[in-house]
Design a binder for this molecule. Structure first.
Ligand SMILES: Nc1ncnc2c1ncn2[C@@H]1O[C@H](COP(=O)(O)OP(=O)(O)OP(=O)(O)O)[C@@H](O)[C@H]1O
Ligand SMILES: [Mg+2]
Length: 252
């Protein structure tokens, strides 16, 4: 079953098209890595999925339900309000910059959305947050403020925070690219663990080793289009598209 599927998704900024007819789906249990040159539209695609950007046209299905359909910058149809909110919350997102609340401790950062958005009782939300912090290896850090945590630790708190909303799919936008090289591994380890436990993930990454080892499918995007998609064993050894080949020869 496709947890996320887009049909002819287009996005323009003013008159400049940056996403052109993107048909892309992520099936339950898949780890899909999205790679491609700077400016390809990878971030814009993720942001369009979770409504941080308004799409110009196309359809987005979540859980096989029509979430949004727009044409010429006008909404043609949309899931009914409560359903729209529910489907939106099925996507958890982790950004390059961790965006933690600086004046909240690690555990408060993780428990906040469940308490305020999902109305989870405070004690229950904190128990769950504690469990998630342990899962990302930060059991000892629950009362630390973000400024007292390393970048890698902050990013792991951000992952726990996204998981706290029980998403069906996790979207990652270059989660390790703001980190010092020695901190990248700990975040990738957490992501590998999630993948091994069956979390569905769509990951924009420049970490080709991660893509090669953890992805079930790799999508190469360039110029706002899906140029090629294949299993990592195929795309990293014998890509069909010369642009994929050219990109990979530059980054590998
Ligand atoms: N808010 C915006 N207003 C205008 N243009 C934008 C905006 N956001 C992105 N763009 C443009 O859209 C194109 C795609 O940008 P996007 O950030 O999605 O690329 P990317 O593939 O994520 O690149 P990178 O690997 O550098 O993160 C770029 O040409 C960018 O300049
Ligand atoms: Mg980007």
């Amino acid at each position: 079953m496709a947890l996320i599927r887009t049909e002819k998704l287009c996005k323009s900024f003013d008159t400049t098209p940056v996403l052109k007819d993107i048909d892309l789906s992520v099936e339950q249990g898949e780890v899909v890595c999205l790679i491609g040159p700077s400016g390809a539209g990878k971030s814009t695609f993720l942001r369009s999925l979770n409504q941080l950007e308004k799409i110009t046209s196309g359809k987005i299905f979540i859980d096989e339900e029509l979430f949004l359909h727009r044409e010429a910058n006008v909404t043609v149809s949309r899931a009914e309000q409560s359903e729209y909110k529910r489907l939106l919350l099925e996507m958890g997102m982790v950004f390059q910059s961790f965006n933690l609340f600086p004046h909240k401790t690690a555990i408060e950062n993780v428990a906040l959305a469940p308490i305020y958005v999902k109305k989870t009782p405070r004690a229950e939300a904190r128990d769950k947050a504690r469990e998630l912090l342990a899962k990302v290896g930060l059991a000892e850090k629950e009362n630390e403020f973000p400024s007292h945590l390393s970048g890698g630790q902050q990013q792991r708190v951000a992952i726990a925070r996204a998981l706290a909303m029980n998403p069906k799919i996790m979207l990652f936008d270059e989660p390790t690219s703001a980190l010092d090289p020695e901190l990248v591994g700990e975040v990738l380890t957490v992501m590998r663990g999630l993948a091994e436990n069956g979390m569905t993930m769509l990951v924009v990454t420049h970490e080709m080793t991660f893509a090669r080892e953890a992805a079930s499918r790799v999508i190469f995007m360039c110029d706002g289009t899906v140029a090629e998609q294949a299993e990592p064993s195929k795309i990293f050894t014998a890509p069909d598209n010369p642009r994929t080949k050219q990109f990979l020869s530059g980054v590998l």
